[in-house]
Every structure is written in C-alpha cells, then in structure tokens.
Design a protein around this ligand. Structure first.
Ligand code: GCO
Ligand code: CA
Length: 255
C-alpha cells in the first residue's frame, strides 16, 4: 500500500522552535503521521502548553528546552535526547525569527540575532544530530528555508541572507552527509498566517499586495506545510537529496 511510504511509526522527530506557529504545526503533522515528537523552544511554559495540545491528540511528545543558538547547549541537549529517549531519526530545523527594517537602518546586533537564530542554529543542531545519524547510517534532515531563500522583499534583507544560507547549507549537508545514508532537504514556505507574520496579516495594504502577488490568491494555512515535511521525513523521499521544495501558492512561478 503506497501510503505506507509516508508512515513515520516508530520514528522520533526533533522539531526546533516548535512551541508555536509553523514549528508546532509541523510537530503535529509528524505526530499524526506516527512519529514520536520532541518539541523544542526556550520558553518552558510555552513548551508545556504545546506538549499538552499534542498529547491531547494521542501524539507521543517529549519536551527539550534548549537554546538552538548556543552550540554547547545544543550538543548537550541532543546527546541527552539520544541517551534518555532514543535515536533522533528526523530533524526539522525550523527555529527562526523575523526582524524588519530598511537595510541602511538595520542594527548590527539585530543582524547578528537574525543570522544566529536562522542560520547558525541549522549548522549547530544539524551537526550535533548528524553525528548520531552518521553513526547509524540513516537519518532525515528537513531545513525550513523560505520564499526568501530565492528572492527578497523590501525590509527583510538580513532574513533573506540567512534563508539563502539555509538553502545552500542544505546543499552542503547533502554533499557531505548523503554518502552516510542521510537525506537532507529543505522546505521553502511562502506567506503563512503565523505569529511571525501577524503584523503583515493585519496590514490591509500588505494583505492586498500578497493576494495579488500569489497565484493562489491567499495566505497559506500552517497545516498546508505538513505534507511537504512528512514527505521529506519519510521513506517516500529516500532518493531525494539536496532539494528545496517551495510551498508558496505559486509566488515563485510567476512575475
Ligand atoms: C516577510 C515575511 C516573509 C515570509 C517568510 C516565510 O516579512 O516578508 O516574514 O519573510 O513570511 O519568509 O518563509
Ligand atoms: Ca515563560
């Protein structure tokens, strides 16, 4: 039965930045596909609430509160998950922030915060988890890029630079780690109504621009990202490597 290709039963998935928004929705999607999910964030209250929401749906969930921008904390946390819970079969590098300002006015510290959270973390967590996956000769890594991995929009140049880095780091992870039996791909979300974009959703001018610029003529719903991540986290994608799959309602296909 070909649906079994998408079955994640018996697998453990770590999703970074999964206390809310896209990350929490992806944890839910992976859980409903059969995976045990390890949710991550820095805010333990937010994590506890997210865990309750997931286990209420019968999803087996573990919590791992650590700062994805701190390489030491990342290695300690990943090694602890592997030791206390078991192998991490799937890693979704989702943690990210958005900071908007014209580039000429962008603060250096804010630039560093964007690069640390959106790009450095993908390297830190990816490397810590891949070391275990390489030892086992198997593993799935899905990096969450963005529409901005391919093009910029006014006032988000640093985010665009970071997400461009996530796209190319995905290529690099594939080149170095596919030989060990790992598959590393990325998903590039377009515009979704999430907490990160609340200011945009509530801005009537932006809302009008977005609907005109998107062939589907609407915002994405976060659950509409689940299918692409389940596919790239499952046996259905065992020979897919180093790809970025845009989930953007057609934005990149049109001028
Ligand atoms: C913006 C938005 C975008 C997208 C994000 C999703 O300010 O233009 O935050 O950057 O929502 O790229 O991947
Ligand atoms: Ca708190």
């Amino acid at each position: 039965m070909s649906l079994q290709l998408f079955d994640l039963s018996g697998k453990r998935a770590l999703v970074t930045g999964s206390g809310q928004g896209i990350g929490l929705s992806l944890a839910e999607g992976l859980g409903r596909a059969g995976a045990r999910v390890v949710i991550n964030g820095r805010d333990t209250d937010k994590l506890a609430k997210a865990a309750a929401q997931l286990s209420a749906q019968g999803i087996v969930v573990e919590q791992a509160a650590f700062d994805v921008t701190d390489p030491k904390a990342v290695v300690e946390a990943v090694d602890a998950i592997e030791a206390e819970h078991g192998p991490i079969d799937i890693l979704v590098n989702n943690a990210g922030i958005q900071r908007r300002a014209p580039l000429e006015a962008f603060e250096v510290d804010t630039w560093r915060e964007v690069m640390r959270t959106n790009l450095d973390s993908v390297f830190f967590v990816g490397q810590a988890v891949a070391r275990h996956m390489i030892r086992r000769g198997r593993g799935k890594i899905v990096n969450i890029g963005s529409l901005m991995s391919a093009a910029a929009r006014y006032s988000v140049a640093p985010y665009t630079a970071a997400k461009g880095g996530v796209r190319n780091l995905t290529f690099g992870m594939c080149t170095d780690w596919a030989r060990h039996g790992l598959q590393i791909n990325a998903v590039g979300p377009g515009y979704f109504a999430t907490p990160l974009n609340q200011a945009l959703v509530e801005n009537p001018d932006f809302d009008r621009w977005l609907k005109a610029r998107t062939p589907a003529g609407r915002w994405g719903k976060v659950e509409e990202l689940q299918g692409a991540v389940i596919f790239l986290a499952s046996p259905a994608s065992d020979f897919v490597n180093g790809q970025i799959l845009y989930v953007d309602g057609g934005v990149l296909a049109t001028l």
